[in-house]
Design a binder for this molecule. Structure first.
Ligand code: ADP
Ligand code: MG
Length: 385
């Protein structure tokens, strides 16, 4: 875990002055994957792993970017055009450029990043990095912005400068997370409702510790997006109100099934049914309907595995192992897939046993020790005093 005092001490040693510190959380999505870019619904919670950004303004026209996690410092001159370099610095640089583009006056700065969010595990270390960097840059130059504007600018940075076509979910929850709650977010209107997570349940995240080649994953992700766009195009010719897959009911889809190649039909069925499950899950959490939560999360996993085809052997195994344990009210893959993590809702009294047994059994079957995180839902980005 990051100790803010240690971060300050190291920053002073490195840059010779006192930083301001900002942090932004990672997130876990309880249900609703691959729905955000279809303008649908998601149900993420910010988790108690944060990315910290320590910053001070510099007199010279340079950004000094340092990542504690990677042990790397990169100096970027602001005197010439900034181009993407296909590395981690693209995230803070993309954010810098987006902030400037909408008129925030920024200058040279020392920016030191230290993150607790596992990197590349599907818990959105990237949005935590972008959002903490945005808060830091704004704060260091005396600006304030609305969290929604920050979320949108960070998403644009990731889409346009980093080149990852992510939806708005990750940046939104990093900015607007709420302690003890998940947010039922409409990714079209950006209206949201806070949904309390029942006190008796813990969010337990199991990390497969496998990362299926990043490039392949990115390709698969972009392919899924293209498939959804193509399906929307085909359906919209006969269903005028279908601007995105979010606009389809299951009966719309069934009635027009013949318009779609079978692969696109499956992709659509995932998105349409997943959107329904998100809203049902919000209701189940509010009623503390444990049986329904378990059923919806199982259906979500099956849909992602069979219709959307973004699961993998290790995720399926972690879900199967979790479902055999006592006190489990839901287990599914979470995030984009192809490795990364599962999310589990576990009764507090059973968490220890769950942890021990799942870790043992996963290690025995795969030879990899999983990392298991017992998380709390926390608030969004903030200045650290
Ligand atoms: P996720 O967001 O699920 O963790 P991504 O592939 O979207 O996975 O983002 C991971 C990338 O974000 C890393 O490869 C790295 O470039 C960048 N990143 C995240 N956290 C840090 C950090 N603390 N220091 C440097 N780069 C980071
Ligand atoms: Mg990410």
């Amino acid at each position: 875990m990051v100790d803010a005092n240690v971060l300050i001490a190291k920053f002073k040693q490195r840059f010779g002055n006192e930083p301001q510190i900002y942090c932004a959380p990672g997130r876990v999505n309880l249900i609703g994957d691959h729905t955000d870019y279809n303008e649908g619904f998601v149900l993420p919670a910010a988790i108690d792993f944060s990315c910290y950004a320590a910053i001070s303004a510099r007199p010279h026209d340079h950004l000094m970017l340092f990542s504690e996690n990677l042990g790397e410092t990169i100096a970027v001159s602001l005197g010439k055009p900034i181009e993407p370099a296909s590395k981690w610095t693209d995230y803070p640089l993309g954010v810098f450029l987006q902030l400037q583009a909408v008129g925030f006056a920024l200058g040279g700065a020392n920016l030191c990043i230290s993150s607790e969010v596992p990197i590349g595990a599907g818990l959105s270390s990237s949005a935590a990095l972008e959002v903490s960097a945005a808060y830091a840059l704004l704060g260091a130059f005396g600006h304030r912005a609305d969290p929604l504007q920050i979320a949108k600018l960070c998403q644009k940075a990731e889409n346009d400068f980093v080149g990852a076509k992510c939806g708005i979910m990750d940046q939104f929850i990093a900015c607007r997370g709420l302690a003890e709650h998940a947010l039922l977010l409409d990714c079209r209107s950006l209206q949201f409702e806070a949904i309390r997570i029942p006190d008796s349940l813990r969010i337990v995240i199991c990390n497969t510790m496998v990362e299926h080649k990043l490039v392949a994953e990115q390709n698969e992700y972009n392919t899924r997006r293209a498939e959804c766009e193509e399906a929307t195009r085909l359906l919209a010719q006969h269903i005028p109100h279908a601007r995105a897959l979010r606009d389809l009911s299951l009966s719309d889809l069934e009635n027009h099934r013949s318009l779609l190649p079978s692969l696109l039909y499956k992709r659509c069925r995932h998105v349409v049914t997943e959107n329904q499950r998100v809203e049902q899950m919000a209701g189940a959490l509010q009623r503390n309907d444990l049986k329904q939560m378990r059923k919806l999360m199982a259906e979500s996993h099956h849909s992602l595995r069979d219709d959307y085809e973004v699961s993998c052997r290790e995720l399926d195994l972690l879900v199967a192992l979790a479902e055999q344990q006592r006190g489990v009210y839901g287990a599914r893959m979470t995030g984009a897939g192809f490795g990364g993590c599962t999310v589990n809702l576990v009764e507090e009294t059973h968490v220890k046993e769950f942890h021990r047994r799942v870790a043992e059994q996963y290690l025995a079957k795969t030879g990899h020790a999983p990392e298991i995180y017992v998380c709390k839902a926390v608030g969004g980005a903030a200045r650290v005093s």
